[in-house]
Design a protein around this ligand. Structure first.
Ligand code: SAM
Length: 308
């Protein structure tokens, strides 16, 4: 498989605002009443105006009332020593109560539509790198399967969706049907990115959108991405990262980070995920930053493609 050469085809930097905007839109009373501008120049390319459930303005505060009931650890846990994917998952990401997993899955399903509509231009360009050579795809934290529609042009495709939240499966299956993936082409496996339940050198592409904010150990997850990719295989990513040091947004992110982890299923606001991807030892990488235009806790994004 050929690796990427050059960044020209990826969309330029964008000012975007990522927030879940459930359909129909919720009352505005829960909107974070802060205008957060990172001081980065604004561009006019596709604007992302809604969100990741991790940064949702409704979910964050709305879930707060239930937060004390959630068994979510907000500290960094060491990666389990066992290499059994199930054991690692149970240790790193013990199951949440069913009601919470369903709540989160439903929030992703219903609250991401505006976001998906607005980020579609970016995804179309990123996913256009997946050709018929990318037949075996693994999605980290597949969630409700919003990326499946971008695989429609790939023939004889198989997709393995890995996610610790079992409630995501039914939504992901519906998305697979809507994207006309043959039923046998998609399998959902409960698991975590830190211990992927597939053998090394077997995947043509690994996809991860809005996932490394939520894993317990980003570096281990990236090692796993490299392990399962075939030589020349592609890692396609879109992740939200910490704002610029010293900015107001960065300050707010730092302040709210513990609460965010607690109420948004372990999502971190202050990770330097772009740097970690860059340092992960891929043979080539094309990484861009998307600056978000105004009210958002989860600005900016990094997005791109890395090649093993
Ligand atoms: C914000 S959602 C994004 C879902 C989907 N990728 C998307 O773009 O809509 C984060 C997802 O990561 C999953 N997740 C959380 N911890 C994980 C881990 N350690 N490994 C893999 N997935 C994880 C969650 O269950 C959830 O489905």
């Amino acid at each position: 498989m050929q690796c990427l050469s050059g960044a020209a085809a990826l969309p330029p930097t964008v000012n975007s605002l990522l927030f879940i905007r459930p359909s129909p839109p919720p009352p505005r009373t829960l909107t974070l009443a802060v205008t957060l501008n990172d001081g980065e120049p604004s561009r006019s390319e596709p604007r992302v105006l809604s969100c990741c459930s991790c940064g949702r303005r409704t979910g964050l505060l709305g879930a707060a009332a239930a937060a004390p009931l959630l068994p979510i650890t907000t500290f960094a846990a060491p990666v389990a020593s066992s290499s059994d994917p199930t054991v690692v998952m149970e240790r790193l990401r013990p199951p949440r109560p069913d009601w919470y997993e369903e709540f989160y899955a439903q929030a992703m399903e219903e609250g991401m539509r505006s976001y998906e509509a607005e980020i579609a231009g970016y995804k179309e360009k990123l996913f256009s790198y997946l050709t018929d050579k990318s037949k075996n795809i693994l999605e980290l934290g597949v969630g409700t399967g919003p990326n499946f529609k971008y695989y429609a042009t790939i023939n004889d495709l198989t997709v393995i969706g890995v996610d610790p939240n079992k409630q995501m499966e039914k939504y992901a299956r519906s998305a697979a049907v809507a994207a006309r993936l043959p039923e046998t082409s998609f399998s959902f496996i409960r698991g975590v990115a830190e211990a992927l339940p597939v053998r090394e050198n077997t995947m043509d592409a690994v996809i991860g959108t809005l996932v490394l904010c939520s894993v317990k150990d980003v570096d281990t997850a990236l090692r796993e991405v490299k392990r399962v990719l075939k030589p020349g295989g592609l890692y396609v990513f879109i992740e939200h990262v910490a704002a610029r040091d010293g900015s107001l947004l960065r300050f707010v992110q730092g302040t709210l980070d513990p609460l965010q982890q607690f109420v948004a299923d372990g999502c971190h606001l202050t990770r330097q995920t772009g740097k970690q991807i860059s340092d992960a030892g891929f043979s080539s990488i094309d990484l861009k930053t998307a600056f978000l235009s105004s009210v958002s806790l989860i600005s900016p994004h990094v997005y791109g493609i890395a090649c093993k």
